[in-house]
Design a protein around this ligand. Structure first.
Ligand code: GLU
Length: 471
């Protein structure tokens, strides 16, 4: 069997859409799981709608999602000479013809066909005209669509779809200004790129029949098709800015790790039994076309968050930190100092297991990202003023000598609580306030472990001094 070649062929007309990202992911998984190639083609033939910023958005989106492609991106517009060459080749081999009809004449013919309730698609009277009759006028090149029989699309997702050939227009391949049409460009590019499997949105299913006409006319091998249903929003309507975030980069800005997005998007419309959480390696091994669903999938933020939580919890700390830095960059937050980065790296083991996104991870780690003097959240301040500070007075000196590990710290704190005759849960807010200034923190012992002896003691003393004066 020949090597698998897939592609993603986005039209650069705005931000990279999450649906395009999922299509890219499916193609990537399919190729990477089969030792195949995954290519990127930028469909930039519509100059009025394509622009460089949109192309960059695609490249950025692909890079963030880790969807590496083989070779350089291919620009469809740059391949126009090849598309023109093929239109003329079709002419030469009698599979296409020159049509000299004016727009008015075409409209008249169409009106007549409607009036006569003609069941067949558009055919030009120039279809069989001998060249001796050709006027010296601009012309378009049209394909000679077969008049009988049917074009079958064997779609891996949609099943076999049959379209009667007399329903297929003699579509234009080359316009009268000599420019190739989109349908020709796609077929020629896919053929020249050696694409074996076309996995794309089912809004392109109708195009497959037309593209097949071109393949058949040239005796080219028809690729395997898999037209995948669209993604819907949580309200069941087509995904739009109104019911969801449509652009890939918005998800990066929400602070989901790329691995979680890959995992979630893979599950959006494809399944492997009941598996919800999986690694890239598993996805590459498991991904197939048979288990792509036929009906539109609904975007579900809760599921995405749950998957994200698992990916953050299971991530390698250095990789997680790297991604966190990228996140801060994309949301225009100041970068972290080396001291903060070092602290974070020590802290991740204690903090990464229960958060769903990078903003939550940062919040959990705010104790290590703060510098003295520690600002105390007003709601926590209200709570602590009810408690005596004598706990700190007893605790702080003893912290100088205790062995700095979690169990010894726990032991020490319990004995101090006994001395002051308070429950640990009464004392904890005061410690949280002193060490973090917030109540949303990891456990007091974890914070102490991460902060280290010196910083812990400094924070406790600072708090004691300030509150002695105030209370
Ligand atoms: N350029 C098309 C799009 O962005 C995809 C065409 C294709 O995959 O054949 O929807």
């Amino acid at each position: 069997m020949s090597k698998v070649v897939t592609r993603i062929a986005p039209s650069p007309t705005g931000d990279m859409h999450i649906g395009t990202a999922r299509t890219a992911l499916f193609n990537w998984l399919y190729a990477r799981g089969r030792n195949g190639k995954f290519l990127l083609r930028i469909e930039d033939t519509d100059k009025s709608r394509s622009n460089k910023a949109a192309t960059d958005a695609i490249l950025t989106g692909m890079a963030w999602l880790g969807l590496d492609f083989d070779g350089d991106p291919i620009s469809q517009s740059e391949r126009a000479p090849r598309h023109i060459e093929i239109a003329y080749k079709l002419l030469e081999i009698g599979q296409a013809y020159k049509c000299f009809l004016s727009e008015y004449e075409i409209n008249d013919l169409r009106s007549l066909a409607i009036k006569n309730k003609s069941p067949t698609a558009f055919r030009s009277p120039w279809r069989e005209a001998p060249s001796s009759t050709f006027p010296n006028k601009p012309f378009v090149i049209r394909i000679k669509a077969p008049q009988s029989g049917a074009t079958i699309i064997n779609d891996e997702v949609q099943g076999n779809i049959s379209i009667r050939n007399n329903q297929l227009d003699d579509m234009i391949l080359l316009r009268s200004d000599g420019t190739p049409v989109y349908m020709l460009a796609v077929a020629v590019d896919d053929h020249d790129m050696g694409v074996t499997h076309i996995i794309r949105g089912d809004d392109h299913l109708n195009n497959a029949a037309r593209q097949n006409l071109i393949y058949s006319a040239l005796n080219w091998n028809i690729p395997v098709y898999a037209h995948i249903p669209l993604i819907h929003g949580e309200d069941g309507k087509k995904l739009s800015k109104r019911n969801s975030a449509t652009s890939v980069i918005e998800y990066k800005k929400m602070g989901y790790p790329a691995s979680a997005m890959r995992n979630y998007l893979a599950r959006l419309g494809w399944s492997h039994g009941d598996d919800e959480f999986f690694t890239d390696e598993q996805a590459k091994k498991w991904f197939d076309l048979q288990h792509i669903g036929k009906s539109p999938s609904r975007f579900d933020f809760k599921k995405l968050s749950n998957i994200s939580k698992l990916h953050i919890a299971n991530a390698d700390n250095a990789a997680l930190l790297h991604e966190l830095i990228e996140y801060l960059n994309v949301v225009d937050q100041p970068s972290l100092s080396q001291t903060h980065l070092n602290g974070l790296l020590r802290s991740l083991d204690f903090t990464k297991s229960s958060v769903k996104s990078f903003p939550e991870l940062l919040e959990k780690n705010s104790f290590i990202l703060k510098d003295r003097p520690i600002y105390i959240d007003p709601d926590l301040r209200e709570k602590i003023e009810e408690f005596p500070l004598k706990t700190l007075k007893i605790l702080t000196p003893q912290l100088q000598n205790v062995k700095w590990d979690r169990s010894k710290l726990e032991e020490l704190l319990n004995s101090v609580c006994e001395q002051v005759e308070l429950k640990f849960r009464t004392v904890a807010p005061i410690l949280r306030a002193a060490l973090a200034g917030s109540s949303k923190t990891p456990s007091v012992f974890d914070m102490m472990t991460v902060l280290g002896r010196e910083e812990t003691i400094e924070r406790l003393i600072e708090f004691e001094v300030k509150n002695n004066n105030e209370i």
